[in-house]
Ligand binder design. Structure first.
Ligand code: NAD
Ligand code: MG
Length: 339
């Protein structure tokens, strides 16, 4: 069983007198900076010179410095810029200013686990990873609630890494919902596995192949879009609310029968599991990370080509047309995408 911490286990006064530098003001950055400020912490945001977020952060009442100045100023430095640029920015603008006893913090384990960032031994290395998009981290906090977080400690030379991490989790509101202890290794590997097999890789491939199958059989693309893509959200919302049982309760018995007969036909257990295990192995042994780092170093040719091809796929073109006339009216915000 994973160890869980709640507000009563966190002492936010462990952050008293500590200067907290939040590097980046994107989805997570703005939420952490504002929540910590509202929790009474001494916060500053570190940004690139000329960053569009500079004015936004200042208007929100935050002090802003360059990344190097913020890193120098901070006792705690939380890195909340894109994972694939963190190593470069760390080397040039953060590492030179880390002092013994400082805490270096992350919201995802990729760079520490795959050794793209190797901090000095006299610095605490802590992860507080909210299990939700930054905009939710902010809105829940404002409503007196919180988004659950993971806490992981990779280095603890001060012996205070858990105190700091838990206080930080309380400061962003996460401790109201619960803080689960895990490791950089487990967080990184399970996060990558989830997004590759289900959340992004699996779902998109499943929807795409089903859409193509209907269109190739002569059905209208609009019809295919509704049946294989649009309705996914309705199904996922039900599962999210009450498990598969609630979804099955809500759909017809015909749909449920089809689930039992055709699900395993589309995704045969033995073959699918073998493929998933191979994906997991590539994540565990660093093959996937190595490829992604090389892709970034080589101008992202495959990545950009894949993105362009997807944009031209009929499911995207038809979907864009149909969505123009669908007044969902709810809060779909691409900036709050899954992580
Ligand atoms: P984001 O894309 O919303 O924001 C990243 C910010 O970094 C942007 O403001 C961008 O302008 C800035 N940036 C990009 N390149 C930069 C550079 N070279 N130098 C300086 N700044 C640069 O990212 P995010 O989703 O907030 O992710 C931040 C961290 O949080 C990542 O480690 C991510 O894995 C983690 N995380 C994200 C989520 C999520 O749902 N979005 C959830 C948990 C953890
Ligand atoms: Mg993720």
């Amino acid at each position: 069983m994973a160890k869980m911490y709640y507000e009563k286990d966190c002492d936010i006064t462990k952050l008293s007198g500590k200067k907290i530098a939040i590097i980046g003001y994107g989805s997570q950055g703005h939420a952490h900076a504002l929540n910590l400020k509202d929790s009474g912490c001494d916060v500053c945001v570190g940004l690139r010179e000329g960053s569009k977020s500079w004015k936004k952060a200042e208007e929100a009442g935050l002090q802003v410095k360059t990344i190097a100045e913020a890193a120098k100023w901070g006792d705690i430095v939380m890195i909340l810029i894109n994972d694939e640029v963190q190593a470069k920015v760390y080397k040039s603008d953060i590492a030179p200013y880390l002092e013994p006893g400082n805490a270096l913090m992350f919201a995802h384990g990729f760079n520490i686990h795959y050794k793209q960032i190797v901090p000095p031994a006299d610095v605490d290395v802590i992860m507080i990873a909210p299990k939700g998009p930054g905009h939710t981290v902010r809105s829940q906090y404002v409503n007196g609630k919180g988004v659950p977080c993971l806490i992981c400690v990779e280095q603890n030379p001060t012996g205070k890494a858990y105190d700091i991490g838990l206080a930080y989790a309380a400061g962003i509101g996460g401790a109201r919902a619960g803080v689960m202890e895990t490791t950089f290794k487990a967080e990184t590997e399970t996060d990558l596995f989830g997004e590759q097999t289900v959340l992004c890789g699996g779902i998109v491939q499943l929807m795409k192949l089903a859409f193509e199958t209907l269109v190739e059989a002569g059905y209208a693309p609009e019809n295919a879009y509704f049946e294989t893509i649009h309705e996914v959200k309705l199904i996922v919302d039900l599962i999210n609310k009450g498990g598969v049982a609630m979804m099955n309760y809500s759909v017809s018995d015909t749909a449920e029968y089809g689930e039992y007969v055709s699900g395993p036909r589309v995704l045969p257990e033995a073959e699918t599991k073998a493929n998933m295990k191979a994906v997991l192995k590539d994540i565990q042994d660093g093959t996937f990370a190595g490829k992604w780092i090389a892709e970034n170093n080589n101008g992202r040719t495959f990545f950009n080509r894949s993105r362009a091809m997807l944009a031209e796929h009929p499911m995207e073109i038809v979907g864009a047309e149909l969505r123009k006339n669908m007044l969902w009216g709810d809060d779909v915000d691409p900036d709050t995408a899954s992580n």
